[in-house]
Design a protein around this ligand. Structure first.
Ligand code: ADP
Ligand code: TZD
Ligand code: MG
Length: 578
């Protein structure tokens, strides 16, 4: 950790790799690092902390990685996760791969062992060829071998994470690099301030005209808003575009709140109808992956036409023909579409909007009836409806969501009114984002956070409530405890006394876990008790966990993904053992 040790030969002051890495990060607006300490990065973390970067130490690298990823999503700037070699690195890889899949900019920086020994597989401490291991799952992967290349290595990582479709970048720092020294003046001069790493990509004028012409011919137009639009922060122009044209919109999960869920043009409560009937659909930062039935029948009208705005040219035609591709960044594209309305006006036909309105009203009435129930034990509707009631008083709260029924029912019931406030399992449906996302939302947004998680989902990152308590973050965790993955009433088909495949402990008291770390716990069994506990938790602004007892028979196998699990044996009667 030498910043100014004179060189024996020249007397010139020296700087080491520890300081150069930290200086390179600081010069590029990195203000937080999430990680788990150990050989060879502990001192790197200490130098970072010494020089003013906030360091958040986790209990598991996957949580730290998820924190870095969601920090990237919220800040439009790479979040940094730092891990030790081999096992720590691999724990972080889940988060890096998830970031790449979702388009979140992050950099996983990992120390690595002695290259000469690793490459000959001679059995070094924590031996692993990390660069090769990272490559298939990262948007880009680099190793910095020489101290004079630290500036370039960090610059490349930042640019790769942010440019085009953002993603996860791996940066390998061999242990020997960190104490290596070079003259201070040259070292400082070697650092790079990254300029314009996410340049605008202006779409062609003809692409804009083609898109508008198609929209203006539509009888049943629809706009689908994805998390690319949330990331690109286009809420203002998007709203003007939608309100000028009157086109109904459907937000993808993490795009909820970009326009308020209660906006009159939201078609969320008529989702199946609009997908099946729309004749022209504009995709704004959303991919036609499994979450949208690949854009195909039976969910979609087979003869509908599509417009897709995306920064990634190869996304076009990936699942279905795109009639009017707009390859460009969403901010520029939306600005040009809006301007283009002067010459090519677009107006959604009233008959279509009225039909959606009627359908919505019927669905909303059904939901209101369902929400009036207050069963004991609670089901998912009662619990999540209550969460929604309380959150009306907290429109700025960041909501983290994971689980199956907890996630799916919550997505429908919990309304969002501000952009980028809903953070969830995203494209992969990955469990374990909970505590990491909550930490990063709390520390980067300086705002209260509510994590609503299934009891299984909580288990993947639950130990990091200790992290939440240690940093005294304003995070409330609501665990919907139905004693299982999906449901708590699975049976062991061989021996009914033993747990079934999806069974967890229904009598588990997750609230007592947070008490062990100095936080506040509640255990609730009724709607009223949940409402009271949640209000107290949110007004305290302190780490709190509410264990919510849910009927073990509530919920469906695979949540809303039943069709991906068509041959489930969950409902097949257990064969007699006689
Ligand atoms: P969702 O899960 O909400 O449907 P996806 O992650 O599938 O969203 O899609 C997001 C899309 O947005 C990706 O294809 C990505 O390339 C694109 N995207 C991300 N940032 C931008 C941007 N600034 N401009 C244009 N497209 C973007
Ligand atoms: N492992 C990982 C990393 N991600 C996954 N998605 C799964 C396993 C499989 N899985 C799901 O897809 S949802 C889920 C698992 C284990 C948990 C559902 O149970 P829960 O939610 O208690 O969190 P509900 O409310 O009981 O449905
Ligand atoms: Mg559960």
């Amino acid at each position: 950790m030498t910043e100014s040790t004179p060189s024996a030969l020249t007397d010139a002051p020296l700087i080491d790799g520890f300081n150069l890495v930290v200086d390179a990060l600081r010069r590029n607006k990195i203000t937080e690092i999430y990680g788990v300490a150990g050989i060879p990065v502990t001192d790197l973390m200490r130098v970072a902390q010494e020089k003013g970067i906030r360091y958040f130490g986790f209990r598991h690298e996957t949580s730290a990685g998820h924190a870095a990823a969601v920090s990237g999503y919220l800040k439009q700037w790479p979040g940094i996760c730092m891990t030790v070699s081999a096992p720590g690195f691999l724990n972080g890889m889940v988060a890096l791969a998830n970031a790449t899949t979702n388009g979140f900019p992050m950099i996983l920086i990992s120390g690595s062992s002695n290259r000469a020994i690793v490459d000959l597989q001679q059995g070094d401490y924590e031996e692993l060829d990390q660069l090769q291991a990272a490559k298939p799952y990262a948007k880009a992967a680099y190793r910095i071998d020489r101290v004079e290349d630290i500036g370039i290595g960090v610059a490349r990582a930042i640019r790769a994470a942010l440019s085009g479709r953002p993603g996860g970048v791996y940066l390998d720092l061999p242990a020997a690099l960190l104490p290596a020294q070079m003259p201070l003046a040259q070292g400082t001069a070697s650092l790079i301030d990254v300029v314009d790493p996410a340049p605008a990509r202006i779409p062609d004028g003809s692409a804009i005209d083609r898109a508008l012409a198609l929209l203006s011919s539509a009888k049943r137009p629809l706009v689908i808003i994805g998390k690319g639009a949330s990331y690109a922060r286009i809420e203002s122009d998007l709203r003007t575009f939608l309100e000028t044209t009157g086109i109904p919109f459907l937000p993808m999960s993490m795009a909820k709140g970009l326009l308020p869920d209660d906006h009159p043009q939201s078609a969320a409560s008529a989702r199946s109808k609009v997908l099946a009937e729309a004749d022209v659909v504009l995709l704004a930062g959303a991919r036609l992956n499994w979450l949208l039935g690949h854009g195909r029948a039976p969910q979609w009208a087979a003869d509908g036409k599509l417009i897709q705005i995306d920064i990634e040219p190869t996304e076009i035609d990936s699942n279905r023909r795109i009639d009017a591709p707009v390859v460009g960044d969403l901010a520029s594209s939306m600005r040009l579409l809006l301007k283009g309305l002067d010459t090519i006006p677009v107006k959604a036909p009233a008959a279509w909007c009225d039909a959606i309105e009627t359908h919505k009203a019927a669905n909303v009435a059904k939901m209101v009836k369902q929400l009036a129930n207050r069963p004991v034990p609670m089901d998912f509707f009662a619990a999540l409806g209550t969460v929604n009631t309380v959150l009306r008083d907290y429109p700025d709260i960041y909501l983290v969501a994971e689980g199956a029924n907890t996630l799916d029912v919550g997505r429908n019931l919990i309304t969002m009114s501000r952009p980028r406030r809903r953070l969830d399992v995203g494209t992969w449906g990955v469990m374990g984002i909970g505590m990491g996302f909550a930490v990063a939302a709390a520390v980067t947004q300086d705002a209260p956070v509510l994590a609503v998680v299934g009891d299984s989902a909580f288990g993947f990152s639950g130990m990091d409530i200790e992290t939440i308590c240690r940093y005294k973050l304003p995070v409330t965790v609501v665990v919907l405890n139905n004693g299982g993955i999906y449901r708590g009433d699975d049976v062991n088909r061989l021996d009914g006394q033993l747990p079934g495949v999806t069974t967890l402990s229904a009598m588990a008291r997750y609230d007592r876990m947070i008490e062990a770390f100095g936080g506040t716990g509640y255990h609730v069994e009724t709607v009223d008790a949940l409402q009271r506990a949640l209000r107290e938790a949110l007004s305290s602004g302190m780490p709190t966990l509410i264990d919510v007892s849910i009927d073990i028979h509530a919920g469906t196998e695979s949540g809303h993904l039943k069709k991906l699990n068509p041959t489930s044996r969950a409902t097949v009667p257990v064969a007699s053992k006689a």
